[in-house]
Design a protein around this ligand. Structure first.
Ligand SMILES: *Cc1c(COP(=O)(O)O)cnc(C)c1O
Length: 381
């Protein structure tokens, strides 16, 4: 039986969701490092929790089902998932990546993977011809965020997958911003989907996690070998928190999006808001494409205000909305990308992208919309 995604949030693809020996409805936290063997050369299926733990396995099944993936592998953070991902590539490999990316991803590419001999071309992937121009004989993968963090650029995943399939490259998509509830890159031809589980999947701003969801067995085996060897798997308690968070993914995503649409419309009319980037606004350049390849727009809004003073005052005066990094949780958060998520991006590059001292990013939560608007109104006054 193929479940609707709302049901998959609870039961995955209806594998063993209830712990059989007790009937516990909430999957137990198997807080153990190791597992006793029934006999010599025998295993219960679990040997040591770095390799696999039942709670993490349960979570991985649910995440794989949400993304329509072959397998999902749980890591201790989104960046731990990225580090493991990059172990797939040999020195001398070249990757084409979206030029607007989460700041931590730019940092790992430029400061860790580059020194290990991986070459990167940062290109505007919203323009397919620029991807084609950047291809080299040693290109191994294309890495996309859509919509991007923080400028909300939308890339045509089907068009990119036509290139990767023809040339035998890997298509990797960071799907953190829309979550599997609104977008399923594997269905559009991606080979690997990356998530910061810290964000919408967990949804409660209470733990850090990451995932790699893969489209086939070969990638699953390679990444499970990397996980076993390098050891950044998600711990049992954190796995349980994310499992619990995912149960309400569908209703959170809907409420957060509904609030975001209302707030984007309100901000757009505010005299101190100079420009607004929300893929759910029909005036956004990626609106139609996003509508075609995803079932929703999410709840991330970026905007420029008129002056640095307005930006600083807004960050210091918000009360209901918290001035904090991260996104995707039930609590609304506002960040100053220039000083937070993108602080390590060289100034010139950052300014060219529009990430300046007037630029803010808002993650809309599940509060009542009027309370959020009242808060923004007093903070922008
Ligand atoms: C937060 C984030 C990451 C990194 O995830 P962590 O869980 O913070 O390590 C990667 N990509 C995007 C788009 C993110 O927002």
């Amino acid at each position: 039986m193929q479940y609707h995604i709302n049901t998959k949030c609870l039961y995955g693809n209806n594998e063993k969701v209830i712990e059989e020996s007790t009937g516990a409805i909430s999957f137990p936290i198997f807080q153990t490092a190791t597992f006793a063997h029934p006999g010599v050369g025998q295993s219960t299926g679990y040997d040591y929790s770095r390799l696999q733990n039942p709670t993490r396995e349960q979570l991985e099944k649910v995440v794989a089902s949400l993304e329509s993936g072959y397998d999902a592998i749980g890591f201790s953070s989104g960046m731990a998932a990225t580090s493991a991902l990059m172990e797939l590539f040999e020195p001398g490999s070249h990757m084409i990546v979206s030029e607007d990316l989460y700041g931590g991803t730019i940092r790992i590419f430029n400061h860790i993977n580059s020194k290990n001999g991986i070459e990167f071309s940062f290109v505007d992937t919203t323009d397919i011809s620029k991807i084609e121009d950047a291809l080299r004989p040693n290109t191994k993968a294309i890495y996309i965020e859509t919509p991007t963090n923080p400028m909300m650029h939308v890339t045509d995943l089907k068009a990119v997958s036509n290139i990767t399939k023809e040339l035998g490259l890997l298509l990797i998509v960071d799907n953190t911003f829309l979550s599997p509830y609104f977008q399923n890159p594997i269905k559009l031809g991606a080979d690997i989907v990356l998530h910061s589980g810290t964000k919408f999947l967990g949804g409660h701003n209470d733990t850090i996690a990451g995932f790699l969801v893969v489209a086939n067995n070969e990638l699953s085996e390679k990444i499970r070998f990397i996980l076993k060897t390098t050891g950044a798997g998600l711990a049992p308690f954190d796995s349980w928190l994310i499992l619990r968070g995912i149960k309400t993914l569908s209703i959170r995503m809907e409420r957060q999006q509904e609030n975001a649409i209302g707030i984007a419309e309100w901000l757009n009319l505010h005299p101190k808001v100079v420009s607004l980037y929300y893929v759910g606004m029909p005036t956004h350049p990626g609106f139609e494409l996003n509508k075609k390849q995803a079932s929703g727009f999410g709840s991330m809004i970026s905007f420029h205000v008129n002056t640095k003073e307005t930006a600083v005052k807004l960050l210091e005066k918000v009360k209901t909305i918290q001035y904090a990094e991260s996104l995707g949780g039930v609590e609304s958060l506002i960040t100053y990308p220039m000083l937070q998520t993108h602080a390590d991006v060289p100034e010139e590059e950052r300014e060219a992208k529009g990430i300046n001292d007037c630029f803010l990013r808002l993650s809309v939560g599940i509060e009542h919309i009027q309370d959020l608007i009242n808060d923004l109104e007093q903070a922008l006054a």
